[in-house]
Design a protein around this ligand. Structure first.
Ligand SMILES: NC(=O)c1ccc[n+]([C@@H]2O[C@H](COP(=O)([O-])OP(=O)(O)OC[C@H]3O[C@@H](n4cnc5c(N)ncnc54)[C@H](OP(=O)(O)O)[C@@H]3O)[C@@H](O)[C@H]2O)c1
Length: 311
């Protein structure tokens, strides 16, 4: 993944409205949304020394943060007015718009960073909404759960104009060392987010299916785990060649042909059925292979299956 933004700190850039943004430990931040994730974000800013204002629809959900020095704003308008950098992280984009509407005037001249999960079209619409209110807008996707916020390996993907990102990059880095501006397009973090989550869920499902199979022989999931995780490393390495084939549009099998993978998939279906395990995922894989072979791609690599998803 290529980052459009430089990771280096550009020092005290002049912000659009003339104020000098000094992006350092003292930069005040506002965090709106005190759910599990919002509380983790505010806590990470506080740990990095940022004066932090918080607001939540239901007051009092972040008492521990207030006791640690956060300032709980009485209104969302006051919360937005309290800092040049406003982070919002709530359930969905509809909630973001609803809650920020009473603070429209205060938003002008601020940098709004939306870390709420959503889809690319929602992010683009939100950017237009923010621009109409005079705010600079970055959209972000958090690729981590709350306990990992602030860790050096935590990845948070941003999209939007480079200027506000560069202005506050060091401040945002308090949330995760893997802070990256991946695109000037505010829609792309959401796209990366769902694409990566899709990989996660299909991997989870593969493991659950396998663990259920092993369980029929009383092999504990924890005993099976080391073999499964080593296997995943091998599977990840296969993707290197497949990604190249997808980009080049040439699918000659260098490891195993589609044709040779049909019998093992049948075995997985059979083994699942005789053990009373749901075989739906394996049947779906079998369908993808059969379709590709029917289209004349028997001797191609697994990367050829991209055609199905593109269609
Ligand atoms: N938790 C994770 O592991 C994780 C990881 C990556 C991304 N995210 C994303 O982060 C966002 C927040 O997740 P979370 O885990 O913090 O969820 P959460 O614990 O369920 O908190 C939801 C937050 O949204 C607020 N909210 C919901 N509807 C609202 C509305 N109509 N108006 C104003 N505020 C509203 C809630 O306020 P009240 O307290 O008033 O109900 C609360 O602050 C989501 O988009 C989620 O997908 C979460």
């Amino acid at each position: 993944m290529s980052a459009v933004g430089s990771r280096c700190h550009h020092g005290g850039r002049h912000h659009r409205n003339g104020q000098k943004a000094t992006d350092m430990a003292g930069t005040p931040v506002t965090v709106i949304g005190m759910g599990m994730m919002g509380r983790a974000l505010a806590s990470a800013f506080m740990n990095a020394g940022h004066p932090t204002t918080i607001w939540n629809r239901t007051p009092g959900r972040a008492q521990a943060l207030v006791e640690a020095g956060a300032s709980e704003a009485p209104t969302v308008d006051a919360a937005v007015a309290a800092a040049p950098l406003v982070i919002v992280c709530v359930r969905d984009y509809g909630a973001v718009r609803d809650l920020l509407t009473p603070a429209e005037t205060a938003l002008s001249g601020r940098v709004l960073v939306n870390l709420t999960s959503g889809a690319s079209d929602e992010a683009r619409a939100m950017a237009t909404w923010a621009a109409e209110r005079g705010a600079e807008y970055l959209d972000g996707a958090i690729m981590m759960t709350p306990p990992g916020i602030g860790a050096p390996e935590t990845v948070i993907l941003y999209g939007g104009p480079p200027a506000p990102y560069e202005t506050y990059e060091q401040t945002l880095r308090a949330l995760g060392g893997g802070t990256t501006l991946i695109s000037t397009d505010v829609g792309l973090p959401s796209l990366y987010d769902v694409a990566l989550l899709g990989i996660m869920w299909s991997t989870f499902n593969g493991f659950m299916h396998a663990a259920a199979l092993m369980d029929t022989e009383k092999i504990a999931a924890t005993d099976f785990l080391p073999m499964a995780t080593d296997w995943l490393k091998g599977v990840a390495s296969f993707l290197t060649a497949y990604a190249q084939q997808i980009d080049e549009g040439s699918f000659a099998a260098e490891d195993a042909t589609l044709e040779t993978q049909i019998p093992p998939v049948r075995h997985l279906i059979h083994e699942s059925r005789i053990r009373g395990i749901d075989a739906t995922m394996a049947e779906y894989t079998g369908k993808l292979l059969a379709e590709a072979v029917d289209r004349g791609h028997a001797l191609d690599s697994y990367a050829r299956i991209i055609d199905h998803f593109r269609a």
